[in-house]
Write a protein that binds this ligand. Structure first.
Ligand code: IPM
Ligand code: MN
Length: 350
């Protein structure tokens, strides 16, 4: 029996997670899988209930079960508190050791965004997730000469770079054998080391072509020629920024899933936030979370057939012109109606 820890979080978190749970139940029954779900708290919801953004017990369970499905954290309500809801997520990622955040960005059957060059995109981002400027010490605000000075530290060890880069090479081998590493090696020490490690690693993977791109020009080329890229590996903050940018290429932040992996654990969450403005209206797009479930079956259960089935169900639904508010504000299906349509299609396809 495998247990999945489910953390709904804040804002639209509970709504999109309840859609994802329906998909898990469907798959569980269809394929007779021995899976059990256990719910717990994270983020603002956890601060409200327990005074902390995540509890030690929850982290223990996350480590023990090794599979976590998460909605989103954060919201205006907790903006002014000394501890932020986001800290719960960052602690969970760090404690689970899920250093590689996979963010697949590919064209969907429907594109209603503002860009022109958006077909046939298929990029796999690997964002380093447990180090860099998010976690580097010192990290503080102090007073010097009567004014506040705020410090963040971008720090990487060779080992931290090596393990995510190694995973990126392995994914490249299974795809177009073309790896782009994004850094700012013309300015940052941590990027110089990053580049050095990538070059060293590349000797172990002679079949993979490697290019180094500086983050500023990469940000531009990502919009100009997205079809050029295949696997992209980068550090934590660059990856955070670039994958929100990449979301515009495929239509909506609401569409995109992610899998954060260590060698034996997986944390699955959509790449979007808690969208407090959409919360409670039954209009959020559940696709990012449903596809995160697909990634969970692929990476934590080794069931690529289930991954493909969920993807096909989502694609078929979009092909039928059934869309959510973010993609079609004038004629849309509610979050729950849309999920029922996906369920119907998964049943038809299986
Ligand atoms: C993301 C989010 C998080 C991050 C926040 C909520 C801490 O933006 O998953 O991309 O910055 O990693
Ligand atoms: Mn982000």
């Amino acid at each position: 029996m495998r247990k999945i820890l489910v953390l709904e979080g804040d804002g639209i978190g509970p709504e999109i997670i309840s859609c994802a749970v329906k998909i898990i139940e469907l798959i569980k029954n269809k394929f007779h899988l021995n899976i059990e779900l256990e719910f717990d708290y994270i983020g603002g919801a956890c601060i409200d209930k327990y005074g902390v953004p995540i509890r030690k017990e929850t982290i223990q369970k996350a480590k023990k079960y090794g599979i976590v499905l998460l909605g989103a954290v954060g919201g205006y309500k907790w903006d002014k508190l000394p501890i932020r809801p986001e800290q719960g997520l960052l602690t969970l990622r760090k404690e689970m050791g899920v250093f590689a955040n996979l963010r697949p960005i590919h064209s969907f059957p429907v594109y209603t965004g503002p860009l022109k060059n958006t077909s046939q995109i298929d990029i796999l981002f690997l964002r380093e997730l447990t180090s860099g400027i998010y976690f580097g010490k010192p990290k503080k605000t102090k007073i010097v000469n009567n004014q506040k000075i705020a410090i963040d530290t971008m720090k990487y060890s060779e080992k931290e770079i090596e393990r995510v880069v190694d995973m990126a090479f392995k994914f490249s081998q299974k795809r177009r054998k073309f790896l782009v590493s994004v850094d700012k090696a013309n300015v940052l020490e941590s990027s110089k080391l990053w580049r050095e490690v990538v070059n060293r690693k590349s000797k172990e993977y002679p079949d993979v072509k490697v290019e180094h791109h500086l983050v500023d020009s990469f940000a531009m080329n990502l919009i100009l020629k997205p079809q050029y890229f295949d696997v992209v590996v980068t550090e934590n903050l660059f990856g955070d920024v670039l994958t929100d940018e990449a979301a515009v290429l495929v239509g909506s932040l609401g569409l995109l899933p992610s899998a954060s992996l260590s060698f034996n654990r997986g944390l699955y969450e959509p790449i979007h936030g808690s969208a407090p403005d959409l919360a409670g209206k039954n209009i959020a797009n559940p696709i990012g979370t449903i596809l995160s479930v697909a990634l969970m079956f692929k990476y934590s259960f080794n069931k690529e057939n289930i991954h493909d089935l969920i993807y096909n169900g989502v694609f078929k639904t979009m092909e039928e012109g059934i869309l959510t508010f973010d993609l079609s504000p004038n004629k849309y299906y509610s979050t729950t109606e849309f999920t029922e349509k996906i369920i119907d299609n998964i049943i038809k396809l299986s």
